[in-house]
Design a protein around this ligand. Structure first.
Ligand code: ARG
Length: 464
C-alpha cells in the first residue's frame, strides 16, 4: 500500500480535487527530476511572455519588474544549488512559478495569464533543443577539423581499399578518412535542417485553443530568437516531430560513427595493425596483461543502439496520440536528453581521439601486396591496348593465380611470365603495377590520387 498526502493548496491545480494523491502516483506523474535541466529555457520563456503581457497592458509595468527581479533571484538560487526542487510541485514549470510567487507575491501569480503549461513546455523543449543543436554543430565542426588534419597528414599514405572486407584496390588513408568526413558533412546538414523546424514558437497556443487575451506572439518569437510562430494552436502543443527528427539525425550520425568505430577496432587488431590509437583512449584487461583494448570506439559502437532506441521510443510515443496535448508527451524528455548527451559526448571524444591516431604504413603496404591490389590496373592497361575488358579480366585472373603459386605480388612476376598472359604486355607495364602508379592514375574528382585527396581537403576546409 502506498502512502498518501492530503490534497492541499500546495498543488497549483488542486482547487477542484477532494481526494489526496498517493505518493506513488505523485512519483509516477512527476517530471521535475529530469525536466529541471530545462530551467534556463523555462525562465527565458517566462520573461519573454511577461514582457509581452506588460507591453500589451495585460499586466502592469510594476508586475513585470517584480517578475524580472524575482526571476533573477530564482536564477541565482538554482545556479548556487540553494533552490529546493520539490516533487510535490511536479515539474520544472510549477517549481519555478511557485518560488517566484513566494518571492514577489501576486505578480508571480499573474505570470501564467494567457499561457498553459502545454504551450510552455513545448516552448521550453524547442529552446532547449535549439541550444543543444547549436552546441552539437560546434562539436561536429571540431570533429571534422580533426578528421581533415589527419587526412592531410595521410593524404598520400597507400592502404588497401576493401570490398567485401577483401583487399580490392589501392587507396590512400587520407582518401578513406575523407569518406568519413563526407558522412559527417551530411550529418551537419541534417542537424541544421532540424534546427530550422525546431525554431518556431508554440507559446500563445495556451492549453490548445489559443487565448482570449490580446497577446502578441510575433513579439515573443522575436524576443526568444524564433524564426516564427507555430501556426496552429493544436499542433503547437501536441506534436513532437522536431524531437523525433533530431533523434533520426542523431541515429544517422551515430550509425556513421559506429562504422568508423568498427574500422578502428579492425585496424587495431594485430592481424591488420593499420593504426595505433593513443593509449589514453584504450584500456587494459584485468586478467590478460598483454591486452590493449579499443574501448572508446567499441563503446561508441555500442551507444549507437541506445540512440536508435530513443528514436523508436519517440516515434512510438507519438503515434497513438489524438490532438492535442496528452500527458504521454512528458515521456519525450528522457530519450531526447539522452540522445543529446550521447551524441555530444561521442563527438567530443572522437574530436579528441582522432589526432592521436597514427598510421602504420608498412603494414598497410604489406596488405596491399598480399591482396594483388593492382590487378585491376593491369586489366585496365590491357584494355587501353585494345583487349576487350572481359578478356583482360580473364588474362589478369590467370596472372594472379600464377603469382599466388609463386608467392609473389604481380609487379614481382618476371616480365616474360607477365607477357605469357598477353602479347600486349610491354615494358611500360611495371609503372601501372606499382601502388603509386595506381593511385596517381585515379585523378578525377572523387578519386584517390593524392592530389585529388588534397584538393578535396582544401574544398572541405572552405565548408566547415
Ligand atoms: N510536465 C509536463 C510535460 O512534460 C508539462 C505539461 C503539463 N501539462 C498538463 N496539462 N499537465 O509535458
Amino acid at each position: 500500500m502506498s502512502q498518501t498526502t492530503p490534497a492541499s493548496s500546495q498543488y497549483t491545480w488542486a482547487g477542484r480535487f477532494s481526494e489526496p494523491m498517493s505518493d506513488l502516483v505523485k512519483r509516477y506523474t512527476a517530471s521535475v527530476d529530469f525536466d529541471k535541466r530545462m530551467w534556463r529555457q523555462d525562465i527565458r520563456g517566462s520573461l519573454a511572455h511577461a514582457k509581452m503581457l506588460a507591453k500589451q497592458g495585460i499586466i502592469s509595468a510594476a508586475d513585470l519588474s517584480d517578475i524580472v527581479r524575482g526571476m533573477a533571484q530564482v536564477t541565482s538560487e538554482i545556479e548556487s544549488g540553494a533552490f529546493e526542487w520539490s516533487l510535490d510541485l511536479e515539474d520544472v514549470h510549477l517549481n519555478i512559478e511557485k518560488r517566484l510567487t513566494a518571492l514577489v507575491g501576486d505578480a508571480g501569480k499573474r505570470l501564467h495569464t494567457g499561457r498553459s503549461r502545454n504551450d510552455q513546455v513545448a516552448t521550453d523543449i524547442r529552446l532547449y533543443l535549439r541550444d543543444a543543436i547549436d552546441d552539437i554543430l560546434v562539436l561536429l565542426k571540431a570533429f571534422q577539423t580533426s578528421l581533415l588534419d589527419l587526412a592531410e597528414r595521410e593524404a598520400a599514405t597507400p592502404m588497401p581499399g576493401f570490398t567485401h572486407l577483401q583487399v580490392a584496390q589501392p587507396i590512400t588513408f587520407g582518401h578513406h578518412l575523407m569518406a568519413w568526413f563526407e558522412m559527417t558533412r551530411r550529418d551537419a546538414e541534417r542537424f541544421a535542417d532540424v534546427r530550422r523546424r525546431t525554431n518556431r514558437l508554440p507559446l500563445g497556443a495556451a492549453a490548445l485553443a489559443g487565448t482570449t487575451y490580446p497577446i502578441d506572439r510575433e513579439f515573443v518569437a522575436a524576443e526568444l530568437g524564433f524564426d516564427g510562430v507555430c501556426e496552429n494552436s493544436l499542433d503547437a502543443v501536441s506534436d513532437r516531430d522536431f524531437a523525433i527528427e533530431f533523434c533520426a539525425a542523431s541515429a544517422l550520425l551515430m550509425m556513421h560513427i559506429s562504422r568508423m568505430s568498427e574500422e578502428l577496432v579492425l585496424w587495431m587488431n594485430p592481424r591488420f595493425a593499420f593504426v595505433k590509437i593513443a593509449d589514453s583512449f584504450c584500456t587494459g584487461s584485468s586478467i590478460m596483461p598483454q591486452k590493449k583494448n579499443p574501448d572508446v570506439p567499441e563503446l561508441a559502437r555500442g551507444k549507437t543502439g541506445r540512440v536508435y532506441g530513443h528514436l523508436t521510443a519517440l516515434l512510438t510515443l507519438m503515434k497513438g496520440q489524438p490532438l492535442a496535448y496528452n500527458k504521454d508527451n512528458q515521456e519525450d524528455k528522457e530519450p531526447l536528453f539522452d540522445a543529446v548527451d550521447t551524441v555530444s559526448d561521442t563527438l567530443r571524444i572522437f574530436a579528441d581521439m582522432i589526432p592521436g591516431i597514427t598510421a602504420r604504413p608498412d603494414n598497410m603496404r604489406d596488405a596491399l601486396r598480399q591482396g594483388f591490389a593492382t590487378a585491376t590496373d593491369l586489366a585496365d592497361y590491357l584494355t587501353r591496348k585494345g583487349l576487350p575488358f572481359r578478356d583482360a579480366h580473364e588474362a589478369v585472373g590467370l596472372a594472379v593465380r600464377r603469382a599466388e603459386e609463386l608467392g609473389v605480388d604481380l609487379p614481382e612476376l618476371p616480365f616474360e611470365t607477365l607477357k605469357s598472359f598477353s602479347p600486349l604486355v610491354a615494358d611500360d607495364v611495371f609503372s601501372v603495377l606499382t601502388v603509386e602508379g595506381s593511385l596517381a592514375s585515379r585523378k578525377h574528382i572523387g578519386g584517390t590520387a593524392p592530389e585529388q585527396v588534397r584538393a578535396a581537403i582544401a574544398r572541405a576546409r572552405q565548408r566547415v
